[in-house]
Design a protein around this ligand. Structure first.
Ligand code: NAP
Length: 224
């Protein structure tokens, strides 16, 4: 049986990842900050093991790695925050900015480090859910804090992909598109189901490569 671990699994894109992998018969480790109130997650049928995890608590991420014995075919670093709390130039809240970087950038690095043994055993794949706003080439000045956190995530994933290619572990960032979730809003053009179906195809096809491409859910390539 194939196994996947997903963070931010209680709502939005993460919840849809759980739904689709569980429906396909995968064993799913579904991580979220507050399992007690994760009613939508608990309602999904399948082989689902729900674990409490705040990805900005790096000790907890490491401890969870030690607590799970299974090999993992796929790890999805999906948990993420928007950048609204950081504020604009002239009134930047640096504690909020550090928290944004902890969740969106370092949280994925900690997850990869904690679950590297599981991925190595399975020759597995690590997908970090990034954003097109993390493209430095395409940056316009919109959402600078969030974009910075996703550009840092992209850099971390590209350089760690190069380090891990020799170990048979595939690593890449993937842009989910603009998706109808609390973060994306109701006017987004893409449903979570469509986005995640595409992301799962990208993960299934993800090559072990020292120089991964920056792809979106549809397979279109974005400039770094
Ligand atoms: N929706 C879009 O249009 C869009 C576009 C580009 C990229 N993305 C990316 O896609 C990913 C999923 O976003 P979404 O649209 O599904 O957003 P969402 O509906 O707002 O869900 C965000 C998820 O991240 C979790 N999370 C936040 N901080 C966390 C922390 N410290 N530890 C663990 N979990 C935490 C949330 O948990 P709580 O319920 O506990 O807050 C929630 O499960 C994010 O990385 C986001 O940046 C989304």
């Amino acid at each position: 049986m194939s196994s996947v671990l997903i963070t931010g699994a209680n709502r939005g894109i993460g919840l849809e990842f759980v739904r689709q992998y569980a429906e396909d018969g995968w064993r799913v480790y579904a991580c979220c900050r507050s399992p007690d109130s994760a009613d939508d997650l608990k309602a999904i049928k399948g082989d689902i093991d729900i674990r409490a995890l705040d990805v900005s608590d790096f000790d907890a991420v490491k401890a969870l790695g030690g607590a799970i014995d299974d090999d993992l075919d796929v790890v999805v670093a999906n948990a993420g925050l928007g950048g609204k709390d950081v504020g604009d130039l002239g009134a930047i809240d640096y504690d909020a900015f550090v928290n944004l970087l902890s969740v969106n950038s370092l949280g994925a690095v900690a997850l990869l480090e904690a679950f590297l043994p599981h991925l190595k055993r399975a020759k597995g794949k690590f997908a970090a859910i990034t954003s097109g706003l993390g493209s430095i080439t395409k940056s316009t000045g919109f959402a600078p804090a969030y974009s910075t956190s996703k550009a840092a995530l992209n850099m971390a994933m590209k350089s760690l992909a190069a380090q891990l290619a020799g170990e048979g572990v595939a690593v890449a960032p993937l842009h989910p598109g603009w998706v109808q979730t609390a973060m994306g809003g109701a006017s987004a053009p893409t449903s979570p189901a469509e986005s995640v179906a595409g992301l799962r195809r990208r993960i299934a096809e993800m090559p072990v490569s020292p120089s991964p491409k920056f792809l979106d859910f549809s397979g279109a390539e974005l400039p770094w």
